[in-house]
Design a protein around this ligand. Structure first.
Ligand code: NAI
Length: 246
């Protein structure tokens, strides 16, 4: 699983699943661009990687803002020369029942999860098309396939990410770029730490493997899709959910 000489840009890479993905890619010797809105956390994460001999730098950007994303790609390319791997992992939740959901809650989640993924694919496509190579992995969710009460905004954003993945895969395939999605189930992170005990127990009853996933479970699937072993796989959604969706 060698990523020697490859530059990987991971959005939301400061913590949680994004950080675990950075770990997996670094284990294969990738150079890391850790992108996040949390400046201090991103810098601490990048410093931790550097202390372990990994070439890593933190970049602060809001993926929901196209101008910011274009500046980000300019900065990463100025620093590392290219982007070989893009992992669209940044995501947020603003849960509420449809009846109570505020316009800002809908807009914020669509802006980060869906438009943010589009913005980064758009910015990455030019250098990847020129290089005639590239790997893009988008982090979707089981909820984008199954729906989930209280998550109209989030499930719509993740279903959108799946549609976007397939379209980008078709548009970019002729130049050797693959675009896939990973759909995690219930994974133990800060995001799910906000769930009530009842919601957590409800999740466990519908997971055949009867445990929550770890960020590393997701990261290993992402590493595979970024590797040469996945060269003939594009436009797919790989579920990492303990069997929740079959
Ligand atoms: P997390 O909240 O721990 O990490 C998300 C990271 O994204 C944070 O570092 C955050 O600062 C960053 N971020 C948020 N908005 C951003 C923006 N506008 N621009 C740049 N960075 C931004 O969440 P977690 O659990 O690690 O989730 C990562 C991805 O996995 C998300 O896309 C989430 O929707 C998805 N996912 C998580 C599941 C879970 O059970 N934890 C299940 C299914 C999908």
């Amino acid at each position: 699983m060698g990523f020697e000489g490859k530059v990987a840009l991971i959005t939301g890479g400061a913590r949680g699943i994004g950080r675990a993905i950075a770990d997996e890619l670094a284990a294969g010797s990738a150079t890391l661009a850790i992108v996040d809105v949390l400046k201090d956390v991103a810098e601490a994460t990048a410093a931790d990687f550097r202390s372990r001999g990994v070439t890593a730098e933190a970049f602060v950007a809001n993926v929901a803002n196209l101008a910011d994303v274009e500046r980000l790609f300019d900065e990463v390319i100025a620093r590392f020369g290219k982007v070989d791997i893009l992992v669209n992992n940044a995501g947020i939740t603003r849960d509420n029942l449809i009846m109570r959901m505020k316009e800002e809650e809908w807009d914020a989640v669509i802006a980060v999860n869906l438009k943010g993924t589009f913005n980064c694919i758009k910015a990455a496509s030019r250098p990847m098309l020129k290089a005639r190579a590239g790997r893009i992995v988008n982090i979707a969710s089981v909820v984008g396939v199954m729906g989930n009460a209280g998550q109209a905004n989030y499930s719509a954003s993740k279903a959108g990410v799946i549609g976007l993945t397939k379209t980008a895969a078709k548009e970019l395939a002729s130049r050797g770029i693959t675009v896939n999605a990973v759909a995690p189930g219930y994974i133990q992170t800060d995001m799910t730490g906000k769930l009530t005990d009842a919601a957590r127990e409800a999740f466990l009853t519908v997971i055949p493997l009867a445990r929550a996933g770890t960020p590393a479970d997701v990261a290993r699937a992402v590493r595979f899709l970024c590797s040469d072993d996945a060269a003939y796989i594009t436009g797919q959604v790989l579920h990492v959910d303990g069997g929740m969706v079959m």
